[in-house]
Design a protein around this ligand. Structure first.
Ligand code: G3P
Length: 216
């Protein structure tokens, strides 16, 4: 399973990359706005930090303008993946970009049939938003199971990139379901590395070792 960092904060991304846990990065307009950084400069910097797919979202809503923006974004660096929303115009832009050999991450997917339509329109990555479905009382994890099964049934090439992950349990389910990628907030990545029994066990080991008065 690949871990992507779901962030537009260069320092956060670098911290995860230095752990060896950053196989890629996903950004979105809200994360970019939160960073306060010029979009293209930030994308160029992120591409120097992580040697993997970096998703950059278009903000136009009509296909021709989405295509124009997508061409500009993909020209920034070979690792840039253009993010298009799961709308009719977004699918038209996905097809046009894919026909030009540009990888597209179709985002804001909330149903299995949206994912099916996106892969048929040439998407390289599919981003179902688990957390936002859970937020309204729907079963976000069921969506992951359904999309992975559909991809497997037809051997579609697109990678299922589970997004809107709120907890380690979302990641665990995504991994058990066989999703290719999880895009993770840095805080969730740090959460999965820690366990109270690890801390307690190490403390006991070191206390016992210090009794030996030895050094390595
Ligand atoms: O970046 C795409 C997705 O991960 C956003 O998640 O937490 O805003 O629902 P969230």
């Amino acid at each position: 399973m690949k871990f992507f960092v779901d962030s537009a904060e260069a320092a956060e991304i670098r911290e995860i990359a230095e752990l060896g846990l950053a196989d890629g990065v996903t950004t979105n307009p809200s994360l970019i706005a939160k960073s306060g950084r010029p979009y293209f400069d930030l994308l160029r910097e992120i591409c120097t930090i992580v040697d993997g797919p970096v998703s950059a979202e278009v903000v136009a809503t009509a296909a021709p303008a989405m295509l124009e923006e997508g061409l500009k974004l993909s020209a920034l660096h070979p690792n840039i993946v253009v993010k298009c929303p799961m709308t009719i115009e977004g699918l038209k832009a996905t097809r046009a970009l894919a026909d030009r050999g540009i990888r597209v991450n179709v985002t804001l997917i909330f149903s299995p049939l949206q994912a099916l339509a996106a892969v048929k329109c040439g998407a390289s990555f599919l981003s179902p938003f688990v957390g936002r479905l859970d937020d309204i009382g729907h079963d976000g994890l069921l969506l992951i199971d359904q999309i992975v099964r559909i991809m497997d049934n037809y051997d579609y090439p697109a990678e299922v990139l589970v997004a809107s992950i709120r907890s380690p349990l979302h990641l665990l389910h995504a991994a058990e379901a066989g999703a290719h990628i999880a895009t993770l907030p840095p805080a969730v990545i740090k959460q999965i590395l820690q366990h109270p029994l690890t801390d307690a066990g190490l403390e006991k080991f070191l206390a016992d070792w210090h009794q030996t008065k030895q050094k390595i």
